[in-house]
Design a protein around this ligand. Structure first.
Ligand SMILES: Nc1ncnc2c1ncn2[C@@H]1O[C@H](COP(=O)(O)OP(=O)(O)OP(=O)(O)O)[C@@H](O)[C@H]1O
Ligand SMILES: [Mg+2]
Length: 243
C-alpha cells in the first residue's frame, strides 16, 4: 500500500522578515508532515519561529521560500482555523454569535448556524453561556469559546498557537485535559504527539499519566534538548542587547 498522503506538508519553508533595514531569518528550511488524526506539537524557545510557522500554514503569512500543502478532503470547507494565545473574541457579539462568526461570513443559513453553535457550545461545556458577552466570562471560558469558534468552521486542520498560555496554572491544567477530551471526540484514530518524539503512553490519557515513569523519561528527554536551546537563545539575546 502507498503511504498515506500527509494532511499538512511543509517543505523547506523559510521566512525572512525585513524590518528597520535588517533582515531576520525567522524560519530556515523547515520541513514537517502531519497526518489525519495526528496531534503535532511544535516546541521551541521564544522567538524560534513557532507562531511564524503556524501563520504560514494558516495562510496568514507568505513564506519567502519553500512550499506548504494542505490535503483537502472536503471541497469548499475551510482548510485551517486558528486558536490564538489571546482568545481574540469579538466583544460586541454574544458567545453564540462569536462561534457562528465564520459560518455567517460563509453564508451558512441561520438554522444551520444555530444548530452548529449549540453542538460546539455543548462540546466545550458552555451551553448556558450562549447569550453572554465575552467580558462576562472567565479566561478559561473565553479560551473555550475560541476553540468552539475554530471548530465550528469544521476546518481540515486546527492550528493552536499557545492557546492556554494566557491562563493561570490551574485553569491551564484543566483546559489541557479539556483539549484532550475534545480531540478524542474529534478524531477516531489516536496519533503521535510529535514528529521527533513518538509518545507511546496509550490512550485515553488523563493527567494521571504525569505520574508514570514513561512520562517522566519523555519529559526529561524533550526538556533536556529544549533547555540547551533556551540557554543558547538567551545567551544570544544578551549578546544582542550588549551589541
Ligand atoms: N512581522 C514581523 N516582522 C519582523 N520580525 C518578525 C515579525 N514576526 C516575527 N518576527 C521575528 O521572527 C522571529 C520568530 O518570531 P515568532 O513570533 O514566530 O516566535 P515564537 O517561536 O512564536 O516565539 P514565542 O514563543 O515568544 O511566541 C523573532 O525573531 C521575531 O522577532
Ligand atoms: Mg509565538
Amino acid at each position: 500500500m502507498p503511504p498515506p498522503v500527509p494532511k499538512v506538508l511543509v517543505n523547506e519553508v523559510s521566512v525572512t522578515f525585513e524590518s528597520h533595514g535588517r533582515s531576520v531569518l525567522a524560519l530556515d528550511r523547515i520541513s514537517l508532515q502531519a497526518h489525519a488524526g495526528e496531534f503535532l506539537c511544535i516546541v521551541g524557545p521564544s522567538g524560534s519561529g513557532k507562531s511564524t510557522l503556524l501563520r504560514v500554514v494558516a495562510g496568514l503569512l507568505r513564506q519567502s521560500a519553500g512550499a506548504v500543502r494542505i490535503e483537502a478532503d472536503r471541497p469548499g470547507m475551510p482548510l485551517t482555523a486558528m486558536v490564538f494565545q489571546e482568545h481574540a473574541l469579538l466583544p460586541w457579539r454574544t458567545v453564540r454569535d462569536n462561534v457562528t462568526f465564520g459560518l455567517e461570513n460563509r453564508g451558512v443559513p441561520r438554522a444551520e448556524r444555530d444548530a452548529r453553535a449549540r453542538e460546539m457550545l455543548a462540546m466545550v461545556g458552555l451551553t448556558r453561556f450562549a447569550r453572554h458577552y465575552p467580558h462576562q466570562l472567565s479566561g478559561g471560558m473565553k479560551q473555550r469559546v475560541g476553540i468552539a469558534r475554530a471548530l465550528a468552521n469544521d476546518p481540515e486542520v486546527l492550528l493552536m498557537d499557545e492557546p492556554l498560555a494566557a491562563l493561570d496554572a490551574q485553569t491551564r491544567t484543566i483546559m489541557q485535559e479539556e483539549l484532550l477530551r475534545i480531540w478524542a471526540l474529534l478524531t477516531a484514530r489516536p496519533g503521535r504527539v510529535s514528529q521527533v518524539y513518538s509518545v507511546d503512553l496509550g490512550r485515553p490519557r488523563g493527567l494521571e499519566v504525569r505520574g508514570s515513569p514513561a512520562y517522566g523519561a519523555l519529559l526529561e528527554k524533550i526538556w533536556s534538548q529544549l533547555r540547551e536551546e533556551v540557554v543558547r537563545a538567551m545567551a544570544e539575546d544578551r549578546r544582542g542587547e550588549r551589541a
